[in-house]
Design a protein around this ligand. Structure first.
Ligand code: HEC
Ligand code: HEC
Ligand code: HEC
Ligand code: HEC
Ligand code: HEC
Ligand code: HEC
Ligand code: HEC
Length: 338
């Protein structure tokens, strides 16, 4: 048994050595990458191996040895191919090797041309049917996504990865306590494309996007975009999903002010859903969550205040009846005495 472990360790070591030898191995240390000693030790046992990729993909300038010229040359890495180390090691897939998702062929440089056709894994390929991730309901998310308007853009390259950047994506809504952080993160996913024509035109046959003029009808547009997610108006609420993934057509989007500015604000079922469940458990009354976080006009129903006013009302009735009771007794006594 011991022998087997030693053997596999040796094989792994050799593989690591070979992979390093394949390309210009200017192993950048973790310290240089701005990672703390703690992160270096605990996060990812493959950090050293990943540095082979990061040495080029981690910053704007990379170096490689040109075999023909026999010397080292510098070149600049284009923005889309730069991956931020800190964000990668903070993402959901921080424990991965680059070549878990990418072909081993990338260990050589120049990268072989046929890798451009590389088949990429989908979320479902790894997460589908895995009980460890059941709470996320990947199958249901996929179903909802396939009903969405975006799904028909798949032929042009749209996929789950279009919203979930493979190198930086992490879950926020599920873990976040802070609603404005949740909103900002979620909206940045949409804006990264809908407010970024470089990306958008690739998927829309060259047509550009102008979100602001599309939402002209909404007063205080900036304030709204800071206080609600795009999903509130554009995705269908589904009880069994924490984050709705069915983006409806623009004709079906929420336009009515009352949907949010009312006692039964849709925000309770969507944006504040997670918090509402948590707080209802501990406090037992409903719209307080909205009240604590922000003041949504119309949604200011407060059960506690209702109860308080009932109690006060009750007291007033009691006092009045006691008062009347004594007056009757008194007047009877006076009459009796006379
Ligand atoms: C010596 C520098 C260098 C190293 C090391 C390097 N790359 Fe690259 N990589 C590049 C350059 C330059 C490009 C863009 C040109 C091209 O596609 O060949 C690129 C492109 C890519 C692409 C995009 C290809 C496409 O279809 O657009 C992927 C994916 C990639 N590299 C992954 C990796 C992985 C994974 C590693 C580590 C195993 C790695 N690279 C190591 C320089 C490097
Ligand atoms: C969880 C899987 C996964 C891991 C881990 C991963 N990648 Fe990727 N990578 C992808 C996918 C998927 C794409 C294609 C994205 C798309 O089609 O929008 C991609 C695209 C790329 C590209 C092309 C530029 C781009 O954004 O389209 C480069 C370069 C790249 N990866 C390098 C790396 C390097 C370097 C690492 C390690 C630090 C790494 N990848 C780790 C899944 C992964
Ligand atoms: C190559 C396989 C693979 C692919 C593709 C992949 N994942 Fe993962 N994912 C994993 C593994 C394995 C983990 C657990 C990592 C760990 O625990 O360190 C994980 C972790 C996660 C987590 C965190 C789970 C938790 O409870 O901490 C989320 C959320 C997640 N993935 C979502 C996605 C999404 C969304 C996609 C597609 C856009 C995707 N994954 C694609 C394998 C994959
Ligand atoms: C139009 C953009 C978009 C697309 C496409 C998309 N998602 Fe998401 N997804 C989001 C947003 C926004 C969130 C919320 C992020 C957060 O705060 O965690 C999210 C969250 C998630 C979560 C975490 C949910 C939770 O309960 O914590 C998972 C898992 C997920 N998406 C899987 C997928 C899968 C699988 C696909 C493809 C079938 C997909 N997503 C496609 C936008 C998208
Ligand atoms: C990678 C780019 C990209 C991302 C990310 C993205 N979209 Fe889109 N979206 C598009 C494109 C392209 C279209 C189609 C535009 C067209 O053809 O008119 C579209 C269409 C739409 C439409 C109109 C649908 C219809 O049929 O009328 C809505 C609404 C929408 N997106 C909302 C969102 C929301 C909300 C998010 C974030 C959760 C998001 N999008 C994320 C690219 C993106
Ligand atoms: C208060 C509700 C609301 C919010 C918040 C909202 N939208 Fe909209 N959006 C709408 C409505 C209603 C329409 C349809 C407008 C029309 O028919 O002209 C629309 C239209 C759109 C369209 C279609 C544009 C077109 O004509 O092709 C896109 C894309 C879109 N929104 C994306 C977003 C994104 C991204 C966000 C977040 C930054 C967002 N929306 C926030 C209600 C909203
Ligand atoms: C998706 C939910 C939603 C919809 C739909 C919506 N609102 Fe709002 N509205 C909000 C939220 C959340 C706030 C922010 C409250 C705060 O300031 O904390 C807000 C704030 C406002 C404010 C105060 C802005 C400020 O600067 O404080 C006005 C006025 C307003 N909404 C009017 C409208 C009108 C008119 C409509 C319909 C055309 C509408 N809203 C539709 C959710 C919504």
């Amino acid at each position: 048994m011991k022998k087997l472990i030693l053997l596999s360790a040796a094989v792994a070591g050799l593989a690591l050595f070979l992979s390093g030898a394949g390309i210009n191995d200017s192993a950048v240390s973790g310290e240089k990458a701005g990672l703390s000693a703690f992160q270096q030790d605990t996060l990812n046992p493959y950090q050293k191996a990943n540095e082979n990729c990061f040495s080029c993909h981690g910053q704007k300038v990379y170096e490689f040895t040109n075999e023909n010229l026999g010397r080292t040359v510098k070149a600049s890495m284009c923005n889309e191919r730069i991956i931020d180390r800190a964000q990668f090691y903070d993402s959901n897939h921080r424990s991965f090797m680059c070549v878990d998702c990418h072909s081993d062929g990338y260990k050589t440089f120049p990268h072989p041309g046929e890798l451009r056709m590389e088949q990429k894994f989908n979320c479902i390929d790894c997460h589908g049917g895995d009980p460890a991730f059941e709470e996320y309901r990947f199958e249901l998310i996929e179903e909802e996504y396939q009903k969405s308007s975006h799904y028909r853009l798949e032929e042009d390259g749209f996929s789950c990865w279009s919203c979930h950047d493979p190198h930086t994506y992490k879950t926020v809504t599920r873990h976040g306590g802070n609603v404005s952080e949740t909103i900002m993160f979620s909206n940045s996913i949409c804006l990264d494309c809908h407010a970024n024509n470089d990306r958008f035109v690739l998927l829309s046959d060259g047509r550009e996007t102008n979100l602001i003029s599309r939402h002209d009808w909404l007063p205080r547009q900036a304030a709204h975009m800071r206080n609600v997610r795009c999903l509130e108006c554009h995705a269908e609420v589904r009880d069994t999903l924490l984050v709705s993934h069915y983006i409806k057509t623009k004709e079906e989007a929420v336009r009515g002010c009352n949907e949010c500015h009312s006692k039964n604000s849709l925000l309770m079922a969507s944006l504040y859903r997670y918090r509402a469940v948590e707080e209802r458990k501990t406090r037992g009354f409903l719209n307080a969550v909205i009240l604590n976080q922000s003041y949504v006009i119309g949604a200011n129903r407060n059960e506690l205040l209702n109860i308080l006013s009932l109690i006060i009302f009750g007291f007033v009735i009691i006092i009045i009846s006691v008062h009347i009771f004594f007056r009757i007794i008194n007047s009877k006594r006076k009459r009796g005495g006379a």
